[in-house]
Design a protein around this ligand. Structure first.
Ligand code: SF4
Length: 388
């Protein structure tokens, strides 16, 4: 069995206006102690998790770690020696055969020396927070980088030997227009990354822009956010353009050239096990899910105190596992095989899809159901209907 490892680095240079992640802008003096705490957590995870009530299956402990994902935050801010140290501890602690080691990176943090050190450490995939090729949108959203940084960074990565680059765009940033979105898509496709992710702006009260959209105001340019319909149109244009450019649309937000679908992220959607380390990191063993303390200082203190930094722990009942299969399975364009679910869980969910099929939200191909392509931009509404 294979196992994925996620490492959360919750630090950023500034806070983007739309960001709803639990990340902080802190002195770089805190990066080293944090990376040390992550190493300790990895080394001592079996005994500490056991004491916290996590029951690690024997199959999981003997699994081969084939994917690692450094996410954030902005993990590329860390000194490469910190990342290298964490990867070394993973190699010492687990049986490893790395096929995909991803680092999330912001374009302005990339330089030749860093890129060479990342490759030497074993990183072979970079996930780039491009978000837009419009400097007006980037500035309004509080991003540190500009369009030119992307064009400077990509050749540096390629020269260092990174052959697997993913670029993210966000549909719905303030001041985005149909024309600027078309241009961002065009520039992304011209760069020929192996992978692309297209996200819709998330509106909730955990970001400054989201708060403004919900409560009113203009400090973060909420009035310049495109309408829901414009966002849906932008998403659909991205879907059609990327597929026409040779990308496989394999998950609601994700597109890949042949052979470049994210092996690590697929584990989440396929309910395969993964262990998360670092502040706020989530883990899934197959029967339990748990999450670490989100606050980086609390996390470091817990690790120093000799305990697992686990804040939430839940066991997954069969009924919940089935709901997760449906929700996560429908995110994948391959769809959900209802026969497989019936065999595994001993219950039929056929009847739940009948009204969705009748209303055109779901397509059916024998035993397999999947979201209708034109409904992908409103997938949350489909999920709400399904869970009724
Ligand atoms: S770089 Fe990413 S994680 Fe950091 S503040 Fe911006 S959106 Fe949030």
């Amino acid at each position: 069995m294979s196992l994925g490892i996620y490492i959360q680095i919750p630090f950023c240079q500034t806070k983007c206006t739309y960001c709803n992640f639990h990340t902080g802008v802190v002195s770089s003096a805190r990066f080293g102690p944090y990376a040390d705490a992550v190493q300790t957590e990895i080394r001592e995870h079996p005994s500490r998790l056991g004491a916290a009530g996590v029951m690690l299956p024997a199959t999981l402990e003997s699994s081969v770690v084939d994917t690692v994902y450094f996410g954030g935050g902005t993990p590329s801010l860390l000194d490469p020696t910190h990342l290298q140290g964490i990867l070394e501890v993973i190699r010492e602690t687990f049986t490893t055969a790395f096929t995909e080691v991803t680092l999330e990176a912001d374009p302005e943090t990339i330089g030749s020396e860093k890129a060479a050190a990342w490759v030497a450490a074993g990183i072979n995939r970079i996930s780039f927070g491009v978000q837009s090729f419009s400097d007006i949108e980037l500035k309004t959203a509080g991003r540190m980088h500009r369009r030119a940084d992307v064009y400077r960074a990509v050749p540096i990565l390629q020269a260092a030997g990174i052959c697997n680059i993913s670029c993210d765009l966000i549909a719905g940033l303030p001041r985005q227009t149909p024309e600027s979105w078309r241009n961002s898509l065009h520039e992304l496709i011209s760069l020929e990354p192996q992978h692309a992710s297209i996200y819709l702006l998330e509106v909730d009260e955990n970001s400054r822009l989201g708060n403004e959209l919900l409560r009113g105001g203009s400090k973060y340019s909420a009035p310049a956010v495109p309408s829901d319909d414009a966002m849906a149109e932008a998403y659909n244009l991205a879907r059609i353009s990327l597929v026409a450019a040779g990308y496989e649309h394999y998950e609601i937000s994700n597109f890949a050239k042949a052979g470049f679908a994210s092996r690590h992220n697929r584990k989440y959607w396929r309910r395969e096990p993964y262990l998360g380390f670092g502040a706020g990191a989530h883990s899934f063993s197959g029967t339990q899910r748990w999450a670490n303390a989100r606050d980086a200082a609390v996390y470091v203190q817990s690790v120093a105190a000799g305990v697992a930094p686990v804040e939430q722990l839940e066991s997954i009942a069969a009924s919940q596992a089935l709901e997760e299969e449906l929700f996560l399975g429908l995110r994948q364009l391959a769809g959900v095989d209802l026969n497989r679910l019936q065999k595994f869980y001993g219950v039929s969910v056929e009847h739940r899809f009948t009204p969705l099929e009748a209303s055109g939200m779901i397509e059916r191909d024998g035993n397999v159901v999947r979201l209708a392509p034109e409904r992908l931009s409103i997938s949350n509404e489909v999920f709400v209907e399904l869970m009724r």
